[in-house]
Design a protein around this ligand. Structure first.
Ligand code: N01
Length: 552
């Protein structure tokens, strides 16, 4: 009720110090940070409420696989002490409740305009302001333009012939209806075995009459080992707030997992290695990938982890032919690994059929179901767990244009050579900032940690500009080139670039390939960004308000 009242009091002229797109983890904190610093700020959100991807991504079994106690904001100790997570991995519903709680606690809704999609954002060189337009044609102006659109909000629905003719119902996991989808008595087909498929398949199988899983590439999955939190664990966690905050901020990927063995997997004898993998497997979570220090660097070490998982698939899945089909052959974790609850066990159910669409691809969707090049499957419901146009996709949904009317899409069309400075800014796009943009740790980190770092860096930057009478900040082309080169070099030293995945755009037909994530480490990246700021925003051109002269 309070929130509705706040919303109705908010009609203001459409000119702001800052406009932020998106009311998920990024937009909510950005709004709070800027408002606290006295900047007039408005958030625009296409959905009817806060939550970002957690508003829409509500498929059966949807949970985050970052552990709850670190999948939250750390900027406010009061908030951290007030909120209590129920289990080791947060369920979609609980994350959404958390973000709603945050919005209420900090009275954020009064500065968020919901049900409003921003279609265009153009930089006006005459006035040094951003001009934005909504879907209904409303115009907005702002000095600073900040995107908080997430990395995975632009869904990928492959262009199968005949989808329009399908007489049943179909859904994409990322845009799931708010009402319960009834699977009871239904023949269901799930296309895709990435994180969304692997999480939803065991849950749908329990309800459906029959489930067909259409798998093109099997995923590597290790046990989540989810469980309700023990009150004593919660007490200790809250008591350790400062230490948890420090550790995640200084870590490699924003998690608390310690490297189990600071040595190569190849240094251990096979039986020792087996025991070490078994230990991290039994604990559950992403710690499995931290069993040795070179799993993402050395192909032979990687193979030892991959083989361990394959052996677990053989132990679990009774039908050896199905087990073989479920075994991935690419480098473990070079494509996003998954945490599951009963995923491989699900293939022992009589009502589940695994269909290999690598050897016999999907040819078309028919009125009655789905046809591969080998057979037809009658279905009542199709679930597309087919992923997203990651990293750049959400940004490209907005027509963003900088100097000389050049669009972000045109600027990046050249591929990975011309990207970003620090994953935060772009040459040619003054006073624009991207929260968790391409070439920042973003999707390869625990996102709330990376989001907080970007929000705080941007907030500090805008305060600096105001204090120093600076009108525009813009990345220098040479700084951008050096950053993109550094990103590529770090990525090239790992196995990430040796495997097709959404990380490098391989999942979207026609998308230019390029590794879009900084993998040099969350803690290291933070230091680089802080040094840039400490040196008076090194690598940026700052233009002063009074004299219009270049300050640096
Ligand atoms: O998508 P994906 P996702 N015919 O791209 C298949 C985050 N996330 O939504 O590998 C047949 O991983 C495709 O096959 P292939 C997380 O970062 C997190 O599952 O291209 N199949 C693949 O199997 C994650 O990485 C959480 O051969 C087709 C699947 O669809 C990211 O979101 C939960 C096909 C897509 O897998 C995306 O995950 C959920 C076609 N034409 C998501 N096209 C948690 O934290 C695609 N596929 C738990």
């Amino acid at each position: 009720m309070a929130s509705t009242q706040q919303k109705s009091q908010t009609i203001q002229p459409n000119d702001f110090d800052a406009v932020v797109i998106g009311a998920g983890f990024s937009g909510l904190y950005m709004l709070h940070r800027l408002r606290e610093a006295g900047f007039s700020t408005r958030v625009y959100e296409a959905a009817p409420d806060v939550g970002g991807i957690w508003f829409a991504n509500r498929y059966p079994g949807a949970r985050c696989d970052s552990e709850s106690i670190i999948y939250n904001y750390m900027f406010s100790e009061e908030l951290y002490q007030e909120w209590t997570w129920s289990s080791r991995y947060p369920e979609q519903k609980e994350i959404l409740s958390y973000l709603q709680y945050v919005a209420d606690k900090f009275e954020l809704r009064r500065d968020i305009q919901f049900n409003t999609r921003i279609m265009a954002a153009h930089y006006d060189e005459q006035t040094n302001r951003w001009k934005l337009q909504t879907e209904d044609g409303t115009r907005i102006t702002a000095k600073y333009f900040i995107t908080g659109v997430g990395n995975l909000s632009s869904s990928n629905i492959p262009k199968f012939t005949g989808l329009d003719s399908f007489e049943g119902a179909w859904y994409h996991t990322g845009h799931w209806p708010h009402e319960k989808v009834e699977f009871k008595g239904k023949r269901v087909g799930v296309i895709g075995t990435g994180s969304s498929g692997i999480q939803s398949i065991p849950v749908i199988a329990e309800e459906a009459d029959h489930l067909f899983v259409f798998q093109r590439t099997p995923g590597y999955s290790t046990p989540a080992k989810n469980h309700p939190y023990d009150p004593e664990f919660i007490r200790q966690t809250k008591a350790n707030y400062s230490e948890i905050k420090r550790q995640t901020r200084e870590s490699t990927a924003g998690y608390l997992h310690k490297l189990m063995n600071d040595r190569s997997a190849l240094e251990d004898d096979p039986d020792v290695r087996q025991r070490e993998y078994q230990k991290t497997w039994d604990r559950g979570g992403f710690g499995f990938g931290r069993t040795y220090n070179d799993l993402l660097l050395n192909p032979s070490s990687n193979e030892t982890a991959a083989e361990f998982i394959r052996s677990k698939i053989s132990e679990t899945v009774r039908d050896p032919k199905v087990a073989e089909l479920l075994k991935p052959t690419y480098y473990y974790a070079a494509k996003r690994p998954v945490l599951d609850t009963n995923y491989y066990e699900t293939y022992n159910r009589e009502n589940v059929t695994l269909v290999d669409v690598k050897s016999a691809p999907i040819a078309e969707i028919t009125p009655r179901g789905l046809k591969t090049t080998e057979a037809e499957y009658e279905l009542d419901i199709i679930v597309f767990a087919t992923g997203y146009d990651g990293m750049t996709g959400p940004l490209f949904k907005i027509d963003i244009r900088g100097r000389d009317g050049i669009s972000l899409k045109e600027k990046w069309a050249g591929g990975p050579e011309t990207r970003t400075y620090l994953g935060l800014t772009n040459a040619g796009f003054p006073n624009m900032f991207m929260i968790t943009g391409p070439e920042s740790p973003s999707a390869l980190s625990n996102l709330p940690v990376s989001i907080e770092q970007h929000v705080e860096w941007i907030g500090d930057c805008l305060e600096y500009l105001r204090e120093h009478g600076i009108e525009t900040i813009e990345a220098k082309a040479e700084a951008e080139e050096a950053w993109s080169k550094h990103c590529r070099e770090v990525a090239e030293s790992t196995l990430f670039t040796k495997t097709d995945s959404w990380y490098n755009g391989a999942n979207i037909e026609g998308k230019p390939r390029g590794f879009l994530i900084y993998v040099g480490g969350v803690g290291h990246y933070r230091k680089i960004c802080d040094e840039v700021a400490a040196k008076g925003y090194e690598g940026f051109t700052l233009l002063s308000l009074s004299s219009r002269e270049t300050i640096s």
